[in-house]
Design a protein around this ligand. Structure first.
Ligand code: ZN
Length: 437
């Protein structure tokens, strides 16, 4: 069947590079004057750097502007970075920070409309239209997942089933009874749900055709696994509440990276050590400037996500540049015996073994006699626990070999029975570091 995207907005998503640069430049010049005049934090930062709004003539001057970090958000918590009077704020959303306080983002009414437009674009990339029924098990509340999908569905004119997270039995019942055609949740929960639907013999009774999955890193292999269990197409959606929530970027059907809505969010990929711009294809830290946001505009916000960018025109026709799947976060990276290790490497290695092991794992880092020790707990099929012990040992050695090859360090493998490792409906926790570094 030919792939069609009924609401694909070619005027906005297929601009020439020159048209896009002109639009971004015009928006940046306005935004810089706005933050200079209305946000004390940026006024001070720009003065420290000796820059005035007039020095920024277009997007090519963006590297003259100061960075914004998560710490800056924390220091100005909750409303210190507003560029509008608080009475213009229509809602707040947040994500839990590691230190207890939330990372809080504020939105005007126009910001929520922009959010809806971006998520609707994403849904269009997943082939959805106003006839679709979207079952969302992202949490509603301060977390941006649930409401972000809701705003997008409203803009698209689709039906939304606001399930929120939890109670898998009820999720399965509603998916079947309401004939959901799409699901939105984290990929780890999608896989759990897919396995549960398969085990309950319900897959054939579903009308589902697409999954919009995000809020945590996942691999191509994991996508293929969910797709094959449910017989659907899955798409990676990306966002962060500081910038918008879900809908900042999204994969199209060609799966050649996630298209960034760069008419609203200007992306830079910077070498984290030198802050110099990376060339297309080179890995660096993703940095965003919100070009049109009203309530809490951010200039050069450092996401700590490591990726690379591709500005070539996609097979789908969009000129919106594509970022690769994340190669980890600057914070998730663990240095173990001097080697940089990312959880996504473990996941990719396990999935490369085919159906032998489930991609459910936990990395535990300890220090014994001043030496780092990495243990990876992996779920394996229950038949290994009922069969000969030798078979279990053989599998354990095989996994240890695959992981050693992938990570470049020795790994202790501990095999556990299916569904032993906690599934997460928010972001999956994949690493426990006991070293107290
Ligand atoms: Zn594309």
């Amino acid at each position: 069947m030919e792939w069609t995207e009924r609401y694909f907005d070619k005027e906005k998503e297929c601009m020439s590079r020159d048209e896009m640069t002109a639009l971004q430049s015009e928006r940046l010049v306005k935004q810089v004057a706005n933050v200079y005049n209305n946000v004390a934090f940026y006024n001070k930062k720009m003065k420290e750097l000796g820059i005035e709004p007039g020095d920024i003539k277009g997007i090519e001057d963006i590297n003259k502007l100061p960075f914004t970090t998560k710490e800056d958000l924390r220091d100005n918590y909750p409303f210190g970075l507003l560029a509008v009077p608080k009475s213009k704020v229509a809602r707040v959303q947040g994500s839990s920070g590691t230190t207890g306080k939330l990372t809080l983002a504020s939105y005007t009414q126009a910001d929520t409309e922009l959010w809806g437009e971006c998520v609707a674009r994403c849904m269009t990339m997943a082939g959805l239209t106003d006839e679709d029924i979207i079952h969302t098990c992202y949490g509603y509340g301060l977390f941006t997942g649930g409401l972000g999908i809701d705003f997008g569905a409203r803009k698209l004119g689709a039906m939304v089933i606001p399930m929120s997270s939890g109670n898998t039995q009820r999720q399965m019942m509603c998916m079947e009874d309401f004939a959901a055609t799409a699901i939105a949740c984290t990929p780890s929960y999608a896989l759990y749900l897919a396995e549960s639907l398969r085990d309950a013999g319900l897959v054939d009774k579903l009308k589902i055709k697409a999954g919009i999955l995000g809020a945590e890193p996942w691999t191509v292999e994991m996508r293929e696994q969910i797709e094959s269990i449910l017989g659907i197409k899955c798409f990676d959606i990306y966002g962060l509440c500081e910038i918008l929530g879900p809908g900042v970027a999204m994969e199209c059907v060609h799966h050649k990276g996630l298209h960034i809505h760069e008419d609203y969010f200007y992306p830079e990929i910077l070498n984290p050590a030198t802050n110099e711009a990376c060339a297309d294809g080179e890995t660096g830290e993703l940095v965003f400037t919100t070009l049109t946001k009203e309530a809490m505009p951010l200039i050069r916000y450092r996401t700590k996500d490591l990726t690379s960018i591709d500005h070539s025109v996609c097979d789908c026709g969009r000129t919106l540049p594509r970022i690769s799947k994340f190669k980890g976060r600057t914070d998730d990276m663990k240095v173990i015996r001097g080697v940089n290790v990312f959880p996504t490497q473990v996941e990719a290695a396990l999935l490369s073994m085919g159906g032998e092991v489930a991609p459910h794992y936990m990395m535990i880092v300890d220090r014994e006699n001043n030496m780092d020790k990495l243990t990876v707990m992996v779920e394996v099929d229950e038949r290994y626990f009922s069969d000969e012990i030798r078979e279990l040992e053989g599998l354990k050695n095989k996994i240890a070999g695959v992981l050693k090859q992938a990570l470049g360090i020795a790994v202790h493998v501990k095999l556990v029975e299916p569904k032993t490792i906690a599934r997460s409906e928010g972001k999956a926790k994949r690493v426990i570091d006991n070293r107290n570094l």
